[in-house]
Write a protein that binds this ligand. Structure first.
Ligand code: NAD
Length: 299
């Protein structure tokens, strides 16, 4: 069993840390928000007073933070992980952040003689609670082999995507496919409605035709055809529009930096920005259907 410092006990981090405890690991948790480390103590963990204390306590350090700037400050600052982690500790960042930051922090970790993995997840809060997350992992093979059994306590699918930063690359490429395909499905249902074609009829046909995709058959944005989709519960998330916008922006940042042409990714980011600007960022991302089908909105 490992002794793990866990930094960032929010919506995702708290249930992930709880699953590590259930699997028998020792977890020392830290979060800047009051009460979060104490909530971990109630589940059998320990509370660290600082990130440095959490980092120093483990033979592994896991972080689950909002974005790149927090990851830089938690790893690179004076009171940070690299300055305080035990010699030989494995460092795993599970946050979704930009590829450039992931590679820069991994380089700094390497310079300080630590193995580091970027291991962003898919599966959301429910996946975190039920230990069924998918981990997309970037970093060296040795670190991956060491980290895998611990990640397996929090997830079901653990894929090595290549060297440092490739976990983040996989995450933003996947979510760019999802953002673009969700918009395409929404546009098709909106057009069908105006042409007098029933949503259920389009669903039945496209689910068995070349328009078939996950956004249609597993997560249909129109109420009715897929009972479990957020469209049937007032678009309660699921995966929020704000999170989708964050990931589409990260994809655009990476596309700009690598001169990759992603015109549909750019259009999807712009459309989600307009949608979220309406104060709708807390709804499920499939609620963009309501925005697209509004007759007064020109896209
Ligand atoms: P969250 O805001 O609920 O949690 C982040 C936590 O980090 C908060 O508790 C915050 O107080 C803490 N934090 C911030 N700065 C800190 C610091 N300097 N030191 C210590 N703690 C600090 O966010 P979340 O939903 O748990 O998401 C975490 C990451 O996972 C994000 O990168 C997000 O994009 C990614 N993600 C989220 C989901 C989801 O459905 N929520 C799904 C996949 C990936």
């Amino acid at each position: 069993m490992a002794t793990i410092g866990f930094i960032g006990l929010g919506n995702m981090g708290a249930p992930m840390a709880a699953n590590l405890l259930k699997a028998g690991h020792l977890v020392n948790g830290f979060d800047i928000a009051e009460g979060r480390a104490e909530a971990l103590v109630a589940k059998g963990g320990r509370a660290a007073a600082t990130a440095a204390e959490a980092a120093a306590a483990g033979d592994m350090v896991i972080t689950m933070l909002p974005a790149g700037p927090e990851v830089r400050s938690v790893y690179l600052g004076d009171g940070g992980v690299l300055a305080h982690a035990r010699r030989g500790a494995l460092l795993i960042d599970c946050s979704t952040i930009d590829v450039e930051t992931a590679r820069a922090v991994a380089r700094a970790a390497g310079d300080a003689r630590f193995d580091m993995l970027d291991a962003p997840v898919s599966g959301g809060v429910i996946g975190a609670e039920t230990a069924s997350l998918t981990f997309m992992v970037g970093g060296g093979v040795e670190g991956f082999d060491r980290g895998r059994p611990v990640l397996a306590a929090m997830g079901r699918t653990i894929v090595h995507a290549g060297p440092a930063g490739n976990g983040q690359a996989a995450k933003i490429c996947n979510n760019m496919i999802l953002g673009v395909s969700m918009i395409a499905v929404c546009e098709a249902f909106s057009l069908a409605e105006r042409l007098g074609l029933e949503a259920q009829t389009l669903f039945d046909i496209s689910a068995k035709s070349s328009g078939q995709c996950w956004a249609l058959t597993s997560y249909c944005p129109v109420p009715g055809p897929v009972p479990a989709s957020p469209a049937n519960r007032g678009y309660a998330p699921g995966f929020t529009a704000a999170m989708m916008l964050k990931d589409l922006r990260l994809a655009q940042q990476a596309a700009g930096a690598s001169a990759a042409p992603t015109p549909l990714g750019a259009a999807a980011a712009n459309l989600f920005q307009l949608f979220v600007d309406e104060g709708t960022g807390g709804f499920d991302f499939s609620a963009i259907y309501r925005f697209i089908r509004k007759p007064e909105v020109k896209i």
